[in-house]
Design a protein around this ligand. Structure first.
Ligand code: NAG
Ligand code: NAG
Ligand code: NAG
Ligand code: NAG
Ligand code: NAG
Ligand code: NAG
Ligand code: NAG
Ligand code: NAG
Ligand code: NAG
Ligand code: NAG
Ligand code: NAG
Length: 505
């Protein structure tokens, strides 16, 4: 892909000016060019510095706002990341499912490919390119470029062989394009964002086989129509405070406006798929990340706000499907329950019981699969007979039988007792301490504006990395592998919210 801008090909005068303004970027006196700090050449190789406890910068952009380097995940692990320097917030990571050890054996080098290798954990990640240099652009895009050497004063645009913008992690920054071949994945690996033919979809991976859509935003097509056969759509975060959906560049087929819509803000704008499954936009105010947009504004519309076998009642908050239990005593009974083992191990039939609850509804029900059945009994029987059914919710008024084919998450509480839920549950489930973040999170979520306190970014990052390991286990597609970590997931989603202790404007 060709890019029209790049920090390396800027006129030399700009570089000299830059040198005068930020002399501390250079450790040598002469020849020390700004370009040297803004690109890595073939032959570059480095190992993590054991004395650095958080982030080891390898490459800065020309503005000093972004830095690429080793990010220490906890005392032992590290990732390759691009950071927003003022907030320490990682905007991109090489491969968040693969973490290396923070040890001498780990090295990063650029031999045409950007490579991280760690013989001890057998981590190996490579861009598999044959480029000349690695540069970090002033929009946080990390590129491997080919062809041109700016010592020739050649102002032609270099060829871009690889760029981090084509491999987003959980975040999009302003000007970044998100195409239909890309996926954003939340830090815990549970939620993802993808584009459909004319919509943005958010999907949940509640177990290795599930791919439940829980939020769908169709293009309104007010300014332009989607032309059939006119190619896939793409998204772009506009610095003017909106998320545009495009088919071609002439006009957006959809505009999702943020609070900062058409307000002139200096700070960086980013869109992130959060660990609770919400899609949020933030702008950097200079001291904190200010919430600018959220796709899901009602807590109970989130995919799993109260954890598994929980019940979210609008205006009331979280309780348990099993009404004999107080949520405050811990996670809901059934949490970590895997009645689906029935399919793989029929012996577990005896370990399964049934939980019924009136006045419950499925969340995001316009996106849920249902079959029409004449009676509750028939709806329940359909589920009982089918080992891959975890539960059903029957609406007596409409006759809709909603089938839950993934482990039971949070259901929606409704005053309507004609809606009845039937859920399979393991007879004995270990009770675990409730995550303290859960209760706090619910309260805070109600606030119209939330912020991300930059200083805490690294803390949530640790949690993020932990959840990445969980997601790796989930992806191993072995039924048993998910039983342990799965418990943590729902409640963990609130931690990042809990941390957000202040609201800024
Ligand atoms: C980023 O760099 C491009 C060209 O290199 C320049 O035109 C643009 O003004 C820079 N943006 C910022 C925010 O510094
Ligand atoms: C990047 O900038 C920071 C200061 O913001 C500096 O400490 C660091 O050494 C720089 N990194 C490189 C590779 O020059
Ligand atoms: C740090 O990583 C190690 C190795 O994976 C893990 O065992 C440990 O629990 C992590 N610690 C924290 C605080 O996340
Ligand atoms: C990340 O690493 C895992 C494990 O090595 C691999 O399966 C996965 O495909 C990688 N993802 C990307 C985007 O490179
Ligand atoms: C760069 O190094 C990797 C790992 O040693 C190797 O597989 C790859 O072929 C090298 N690439 C080039 C262009 O030399
Ligand atoms: C996004 O795509 C548009 C249209 O293809 C292009 O003009 C723009 O440069 C792209 N943005 C980035 C950051 O690559
Ligand atoms: C782009 O879309 C607009 C509106 O749908 C259409 O009128 C125009 O012809 C399209 N342009 C191209 C180059 O496809
Ligand atoms: C289930 O329990 C019943 C009664 O306790 C017993 O007869 C039956 O063999 C058990 N079934 C399995 C598959 O273990
Ligand atoms: C719990 O729910 C059951 C069935 O919906 C109902 O019969 C019972 O009265 C409820 N108990 C409490 C304490 O609310
Ligand atoms: C069992 O349930 C799964 C998931 O709902 C469904 O795909 C499958 O067709 C059902 N099988 C039968 C025999 O009804
Ligand atoms: C369900 O609907 C049937 C027929 O429409 C009605 O007879 C029955 O009382 C309803 N049951 C409940 C629990 O609302």
């Amino acid at each position: 892909m060709e890019r029209s801008f790049n920090s390396v090909t800027r006129p030399r005068s700009t570089q000299l000016l830059f040198l005068l303004i930020i002399p501390f970027l250079c450790t040598l006196t002469w020849p020390c060019t700004a370009a040297a700090a803004q690109e890595l050449r073939k032959g570059f190789e480095t190992t993590p510095n054991p004395s650095i406890s958080s982030f080891q910068s390898l490459l800065n952009d020309s503005s000093g706002k972004f830095s690429f380097g080793f990010l220490r995940v906890n005392s032992t692990q590290l990732a390759l990341a691009v950071l927003h320097v003022p907030s320490n917030e990682p905007l991109w990571m090489a491969n968040s499912t693969t973490l290396s050890r923070w040890s001498d054996g780990t090295k990063v080098f650029f031999n045409g490919s950007l490579v991280i290798s760690d013989p001890r954990t057998r981590t190996f990640w490579s861009t598999q390119t044959q480029g000349d240099k690695l540069v970090l652009l002033n929009n946080s895009n990390l590129q491997i470029q080919n062809g041109l050497d700016n010592s020739n004063n050649n102002v032609n645009v270099p060829t871009v062989l690889w760029q981090s913008f084509d491999h987003p992690t959980n975040t999009l920054v302003e000007t970044q394009n998100f195409t239909s071949t890309m996926t954003l994945v939340s830090s815990n690996g549970l939620y993802s964002m993808r584009l459909g033919i004319d919509f943005i979809g958010l999907y949940a991976k509640f177990d290795p086989n599930s791919n439940q859509i829980y939020w769908k935003h169709k293009a309104l097509q007010a300014k332009a129509q989607i032309v059939e056969g006119g190619g896939p759509i793409h998204l772009r975060v506009d610095p003017d405070g909106w998320l545009g959906m495009y088919q071609n560049e002439t006009a957006p087929v959809d505009v999702e406006s943020f609070n900062s819509f058409q307000r002139t803000l200096d700070g960086l704008l980013m869109v992130r798929l959060e660990p609770d499954g919400n899609l949020k936009a933030y702008y950097w105010s200079g001291s904190s990340w200010v919430l600018d947009y959220q796709a899901i504004s009602d807590t109970c519309d989130l995919p799993n706000p109260c954890g598994s076998y929980g019940l979210c009642t609008p205006g009331t908050g979280c309780s348990c499907l099993d009404n004999s239990t107080e949520l405050s005593s811990g996670e809901c009974p059934g949490s970590g329950s895997h009645p689906n083992d029935l399919c793989t191990d029929p012996k577990t039939q005896n370990d399964t019981k049934v939980l019924r609850r009136e006045g419950v509804d499925v969340p995001f029900k316009e996106l849920m699969r249902y079959e029409t059945m004449p009676s509750l009994e028939e709806c329940e029987n359909t589920c009982e007979r089918n080992c891959s059914c975890y539960g059903v919710v029957y609406n007596n008024a409409s006759g809709f039988c909603y089938i839950l084919d993934y482990p039971i998450q949070t259901l929606m509480g409704t005053g309507d007792d004609s809606k009845v839920g039937y859920f399979k549950i393991n007879k004995e489930t270990k009770k675990k301490r409730m995550d303290p973040g859960l209760g706090v999170g619910i309260g805070l979520l109600g606030a119209a504006l939330l912020c991300l306190v930059g200083a805490i970014g690294f803390g949530s990052y640790k949690i993020w990395m932990n959840k990445r390991r969980v997601s790796r286990m989930l992806e191993e597609e072995t039924g048993g592998a998910m039983s342990g970590p799965y418990k943590d997931l729902g409640s963990a989603s609130f931690r990042s919210i809990e941390m957000c202790s202040a609201t800024h404007r």
